[in-house]
Design a protein around this ligand. Structure first.
Ligand SMILES: O=c1ccn([C@@H]2O[C@H](COP(=O)(O)OP(=O)(O)O[C@H]3O[C@H](CO)[C@@H](O)[C@H](O)[C@H]3O)[C@@H](O)[C@H]2O)c(=O)[nH]1
Ligand SMILES: [Mn+2]
Length: 729
């Protein structure tokens, strides 16, 4: 009885993973192996004069590999799995746990890359949460300043009046209408049929305005009720996404009906003042919502991340409402999961290492990194450390203020417009000490880094039924471009005043400091990948051997380190629910990424630092309307897309390795003692590069490697082999 009662009030539990002891033991053994390898390199540097160039490059690569191994290992020492018990939260007597107000922020930036219907579905899915409707306020930030998005949301409001009661009455789990109506697992009632028709109409109207113009015309939309008459007149001929006044429209408001608030916000923009991309948009929402509702809890979402689990807020509240931890709990992060990924996940779009494996590692230290979406924040965390509240520039923005006026009050609206203006942030703490932090293209990583350094903690919450589903790029060039943006972003943090390497270690301690370095130095993977992808092969083609022979004892050290690291990576993957095939594709993407996104991220970052480039936040397209491309993705055929120099290095590496492989096969018949390590390395590379050879020569579809790239890679190979012949021999 006692234990049962105890259980029924428990809001959350935390268990260390079973693998911990094994991992810690292995970490010691592997570390010894790495020290031995470093000794081996140092010894060769000092004793063999003619291979100094090669040995130095190998040493550099191995130092990077060793450091990255250390960062990964820091996340393997204290992994934990948590469970939350939302049913216990809901069962609390009301006077003990009232449901706090919740502000939801949804970001969108471009109606063509992020179709308004996607925004509508995301919005409806959170409005329909199993949570008191009058406590939810949804703020949609439209950085594209598009009347199409506003129009779609206005239509959504009308639909929501039927959709929300329907979901709650029938206890529907899929609360994104798109998902619900395309599902085959429901039995359709008359009511559902009617709703489906309404949804189809809504979709038709939105898509109709999308194809007819890039703006909504006031006269063409007689459907609008009085209060919005003329609203599209704000989109004058001078209005552009980069230059326009603030637009804030309360589309639905819980003072008139028991429905969630829905507010459309498009902040003021002009070309002269920096807008700081998504971080800027989120800070605007922080202020606008502070003026209007000022809820203590904030959920941030990207417009492609719809809610898949109506009880998600209760999961988050199990942590955020717990008085034993909530005074320093900054945020509760839910994993990013994606819909529509192909069976074996050829582009490693699940991002299992960052989003699952590493996250349980961080969770046992100070807490997971913010992933930009699917995260419940304690509003207070945006205003200084847990012990030191930083007061905002005006009292109305304070995190603890109670809002007492209706959100449609004239004063409230006026102030909301003011705080969304371009110049409001001048000479304030926004982006430096308060709010989401500016200065990096990965505002999520940087913001959580600063919050953790201030003393906030975080928690990873992964319910059985996924909380959110998002969209991932379905074409390789989109994948590598997205990851190039991330590489530039993390380098901006790594080389800033607040580098995890210096400031991070000081503020967070060695393990969490290393954990943050895992991403800060992410682009550095490109160094060992380029060196091991080319150097031994070129040397091999010129008859120079860089690795120990099979009869040498050092040979076994290489074998041990390689297989040890790979086996542990595989084990990590399987233990967090991955499959063998997905792991194989993941490690292949690691190589492709290293020779494309990360390498080019490095170059772009350097150019940006030298003021030679102004790489901004390129929004990933979520409009999957290319039928043929979708088919190829489903059939797991690599899609390289339109010609891009991004694939030049990986194609060159593929060709060089193929030559080395053929040369090795020939050599096997002639040489007495074959260079086993070289042969293993090139065979491994060749197997990994199979889709690239196929895309170079065998395929005729639009997704093949463009001729120009193959041709340039051929020339580059020739140059490399020739220079190898001169320098390495
Ligand atoms: O100027 C901008 C640019 C982007 N966004 C929004 O930011 C979100 C993320 O953009 P997306 O192109 O989808 O980026 P991803 O690379 O898919 O996003 C990952 O990486 C980003 C950091 O680079 C994080 O912000 C995201 O949450 C994370 O999912 C979208 O909702 C956009 O609408 C804005 O609001 N304003
Ligand atoms: Mn995204």
């Amino acid at each position: 009885m006692e234990s049962k009662r105890k259980h029924s009030t428990t809001l959350h539990t935390c268990h260390p993973c079973r693998r911990t002891t094994l991992y810690r033991t292995y970490a010691v053994i592997h570390a010894c192996g790495i020290v031995a390898l470093m000794y081996h390199h140092a010894h060769s540097l000092l004793t063999t004069a003619n291979t100094t160039f090669i040995t130095s490059l190998l040493l550099l690569s191995d130092i990077v590999l060793a450091f990255m191994w250390a960062t990964t290992t820091s996340l393997r020492l204290y992994p934990v799995h948590r469970s939350a018990y939302p049913e216990n939260y809901a069962a609390k007597p009301e006077e003990m746990y009232d449901f706090p107000k919740l502000d939801v922020f949804i970001c969108t930036a471009d109606p063509y890359k992020e179709p308004p219907m996607m925004v509508v579905n995301t919005t409806l899915s959170v409005m329909a949460y199993d949570y008191p409707s009058d406590k939810i306020s949804v703020y949609v930030s439209d950085d594209g300043g598009s009347s199409l998005t506003l129009f779609a949301l206005m239509e959504a409001v009308k639909f929501s009046e039927h959709w929300l009661p329907f979901c709650k009455k029938n206890n529907i789990e899929d609360r994104s209408p798109k998902v619900y109506f395309s599902s085959t697992s429901y039995s359709w009632t008359k009511e559902a049929e009617n709703l489906k028709k309404m949804y189809e109409d809504l979709k038709k109207r939105v898509e109709h305005v999308m194809v007819s113009s890039d703006k909504v015309d006031n006269d063409q939309q007689p459907i609008l009720c009085d209060q919005f008459r003329g609203v599209f007149g704000l989109w004058t001929h001078k209005f552009t996404p980069q230059d326009h006044p603030t637009i804030i429209k309360v589309l639905q408001n819980n003072e008139t009906e028991i429905m969630p608030n829905l507010i459309y916000v498009s902040r003021e923009k002009n070309r002269a003042s920096p807008h700081h991309f998504k971080a800027g948009a989120l800070n605007t929402l922080l202020r606008v919502s502070a003026v209007m509702t000022n809820s203590p809890i904030i959920l941030t979402l990207d417009c492609d991340m719809y809610s898949n689990n109506p009880t998600t807020p209760l999961h988050a509240l199990c942590y955020l409402s717990d008085p034993t931890i909530n005074s320093s709990l900054g945020f509760v992060q839910f994993p990013q999961k994606f819909q529509g990924i192909n069976k074996n996940d050829i582009y490693a779009s699940e991002l299992k290492r960052p989003f699952d494996i590493n996250t349980v590692g961080y969770d046992g230290l100070i807490g997971p990194i913010y992933m930009g979406t699917g995260c419940f924040f304690n509003r207070r965390a945006f205003y200084g450390s847990p012990t030191n509240l930083i007061l905002p520039e005006i009292n109305e923005l304070g995190p603890n203020r109670i809002t007492d006026k209706p959100i449609k009050d004239q004063d409230v609206l006026e102030l909301a417009h003011d705080v969304a203006g371009c110049y409001h942030e001048l000479n304030t703490n926004w982006g430096s000490k308060t709010g989401f932090r500016y200065g990096s293209l990965v505002e999520d990583y940087y913001t959580s880094f600063m919050l953790h350094c201030e003393g906030w903690r975080s928690v990873f919450c992964s319910p059985k039924r996924a909380a959110f589903y998002g969209d991932s790029p379905k074409c390789l060039i989109d994948v590598v471009s997205q990851q190039m943006r991330w590489s530039i972003g993390v380098l901006e943090v790594a080389f800033s005043r607040y580098s995890p390497l210096t400031y991070g270690f000081k503020s967070l301690g060695p393990l969490m400091g290393l954990g943050y370095c895992h991403y800060a130095l992410w682009p550095f993977w490109s160094i060992p990948l380029s060196v091991y992808g080319l150097l031994p092969q070129l040397a091999f083609l010129c008859g120079v051997s860089v690795f120990p022979k099979a009869s040498d004892l050092w040979f076994w050290l290489y074998i041990f380190l390689f297989f040890g690291a790979y086996a542990q990576d595989l084990l990590d993957f399987l233990l967090e629910g991955g499959t063998y095939r997905k792991w194989w594709n993941d490690q292949r993407m690691w190589m492709i990424r290293g020779l494309s996104s990360l390498l080019f991220g490095f170059i772009e970052f350097t150019l940006k630092t030298l003021n030679l480039s102004t790489q901004g936040f390129n929004v990933t397209s979520k409009a999957n309307d290319d039928e043929k491309q979708r088919k190829r993705y489903e059939q797991e055929i690599f899609d390289f897309g339109p010609s891009s120099s991004m694939f030049l290095p990986i194609t060159t590496v593929a060709i060089v390795n193929l030559f080395a492989f053929v040369w090795g096969l020939y050599g096997l018949t002639v040489w007495r003692e074959g260079p086993v390590l070289e042969l293993m390395l090139v065979s491994f590379a060749v197997v990994n590069c199979l889709p690239i050879y196929e895309a170079m020569v065998l395929r005729k579809d639009d997704g093949k490697l463009p001729k120009r790239v193959c041709f340039l890679a051929g020339i580059l190979t020739f140059v490399l082999v020739m220079s190898g012949y001169f320098f390495l021999k």
